[in-house]
Design a protein around this ligand. Structure first.
Ligand code: CA
Length: 533
């Protein structure tokens, strides 16, 4: 990470092409960029001379952009080698380039995208990488050993939560190999248009959540009885669920045999005890890293997310793919403006078409709600230096690394492929986390710039900060500091390798995330695009 100094013959500053080169407190990501971000945690005072040899004209807040050269009105503002906006007025060298000075480019048209035109060559495989996990009968591997109790409808949620409190107090201590007991609750199941287009999404999400590898690959469910989402619909024929037979793993609260609330709780506890006995017999065994299904997402992003944290995830993604694992990235609204880069990277034309199908579906979904992509970024993103969704998207897709996109997973579906996969989800942290859990993720990595205490009950969440200042302010919430990349203390490769090792350690139960240490577990949040009745 050597600072750059050379001038070219035209008197323009010329910077090396390597990602992450530091220009004395300014970081530029691509050689054709005409803006760079401030690396100083306190920002840059007006008049500060940057290493490129000019003085900044304004106070530049931390992580915000500086014009490296004069940008004429109407000219492209270029970051990541891509136009992120057009200058609304003449922007002189050294000026603060912020949202109000930038017009949003139109999103790439979906009917003229490159299809698998730049498929990356396969990286050399990496063998011998392992972790200690809980092998399931269906071949999947858990990183936790949990009893999950699925609910078909919100009506039963408080009853199941009551039962879970008693199971934890009275039964769990006798089953030391079981990590925890969770009620999988949600607001769905009744009062909804259950046959409407889009209803499949929440239904298959609940089904696949129940089948997450960390629940042993087999659900236990509690139903009310009269609800629209009947157990037979939730777990239709064809889903291999041996436990859903006559042996009582679906408890219906309205069944005549229950003469009281106490009877219902006793029935849930009896079924729970049978599951606990099975789960308690499981032991961690050595599994190849190819059994990892790692979900990546970001939340509370800032301008450094795409400079430090997300690129280090991208490096780790490449390592995971080389080790044969599945890596998911998601968040449709945050890749939409970079879709032309992703369709080109699709492994084949069919995968590219599936990417386009998911983008088109979401465009239409937003249109129906009279919303558009300018609804993202958030005020916090903007405070953090992200001017618009184009800039956010280019930083977001850095998480995906450099390998070919092998498959696209619809919202709520389970991923069946190895390698890099796009799981189509909204960007909402909780909904994305829920849908990635339904997709079968057994490890989650979450990058944050502004900071969030996010966590999931069912899957370990490693939180990576984009700036050292956040890691220092929240040392007991942030698991890995990628901000060291901005200060030059570490490279993207260094942090990417640390993350890869941390994933193996947490997956094996050798290390505990802060979210699990404190028990910070965000709610299951379903994506329900269908009507509520
Ligand atoms: Ca998110």
């Amino acid at each position: 990470m050597k600072p750059s100094t050379p001038k070219d013959s035209g008197g323009q500053w010329r910077f090396p092409a390597r990602i992450g080169d530091v220009l004395a407190r300014l970081i530029r990501l691509h050689p054709i960029d005409n803006v760079a971000v401030t690396a100083n945690p306190e920002g840059l005072a007006q008049g500060s001379v940057v290493e490129a040899g000019f003085a900044v004209r304004d106070f530049i807040p931390a992580a915000h952009k500086v014009a490296l050269q004069d940008i004429p009105k109407g000219g492209g503002i270029i970051r990541y080698g891509q136009v992120i906006g057009y200058a609304e007025e003449n922007i002189p060298q050294g000026a603060w380039v912020h949202t109000d000075l930038m017009a949003l480019p139109v999103a790439p048209a979906l009917d003229a995208l490159p299809l698998a035109t730049a498929v990356p060559p396969e990286l050399p495989p990496m063998t011998g990488m392992t972790f200690e996990g809980f092998r399931n009968a269906d071949g999947s591997v858990g990183t936790k050993n949990l009893l999950g109790i699925t609910t078909t409808v919100q009506c039963v949620a408080p009853t199941v939560e009551f039962a879970v409190r008693r199971i934890k107090a009275e039964l769990l201590p006798r089953y030391p190999n079981v990590d925890d007991v969770l009620a999988i609750t949600h607001p769905y199941g009744c009062g909804v248009a259950i046959n409407a287009p889009g209803a499949d999404i929440p239904i298959r999400t609940i089904r696949n959540l129940s089948l997450n590898p960390n629940f042993g690959g087999a659900p236990m469910a509690v139903s009310l009885g009269c609800e629209k989402l009947q157990p037979a619909r939730l777990f239709p024929t064809g889903v291999s669920l041996p436990v859903l037979g006559d042996d009582g793993y679906v408890i219906r609260l309205q069944d005549a045999e229950h003469h009281s609330f106490g009877d219902m709780i006793a029935a849930i506890m009896r079924a729970a005890e049978r599951r606990l006995e099975q789960l308690n017999r499981r032991q961690r065994t050595t599994c190849p890293a190819s059994d990892l299904v790692v979900g990546f997402q970001c939340g509370g992003s800032d301008a450094f997310s795409g400079v430090t944290a997300n690129p280090s995830l991208g490096f780790a993604a490449d390592l995971l793919v080389r080790a044969g694992a599945t890596v998911m990235f998601s968040e449709v609204t945050e890749v939409r403006d970079a879709i032309h880069l992703l369709t080109a990277r699709a492994a084949n034309a069919q995968v590219a078409e599936e990417l386009i199908r998911e983008m088109a579906w979401y465009d239409e979904y937003l249109d129906r709600g009279s919303a558009d992509r300018s609804a993202n970024p958030t005020p916090g993103n903007k405070r953090g230096g992200l001017s618009n969704i184009v800039e956010k998207a280019l930083g977001s897709i850095a998480k995906s690394g450099t390998t070919a996109i092998r498959a696209v997973v619809r919202p709520g579906d389970r991923v069946m492929n190895r390698g890099l996969v796009f799981a189509a989800t909204p960007a909402s942290d909780f909904i994305c986390g829920t849908l990635q859990t339904a997709a079968g993720m057994n490890m989650h990595v979450f990058t944050t710039g502004e900071g969030t205490p996010y966590g999931l009950a069912s899957v370990p969440v490693i939180k990576v900060s984009s700036q050292t200042s956040l890691a220092q302010r929240w040392p007991d919430l942030i698991d890995l500091d990628a901000g060291r990349i901005a200060t030059g203390e570490a490279s993207i490769e260094d942090v990417g390798r640390e993350l890869f090792q941390l994933i193996l350690d947490v997956a094996s139960g050798r290390r505990r995330t802060w979210a699990d240490h404190w028990g910070l577990h965000n709610a299951t949040a379903l994506f329900n695009p269908g009507p509520v009745t």
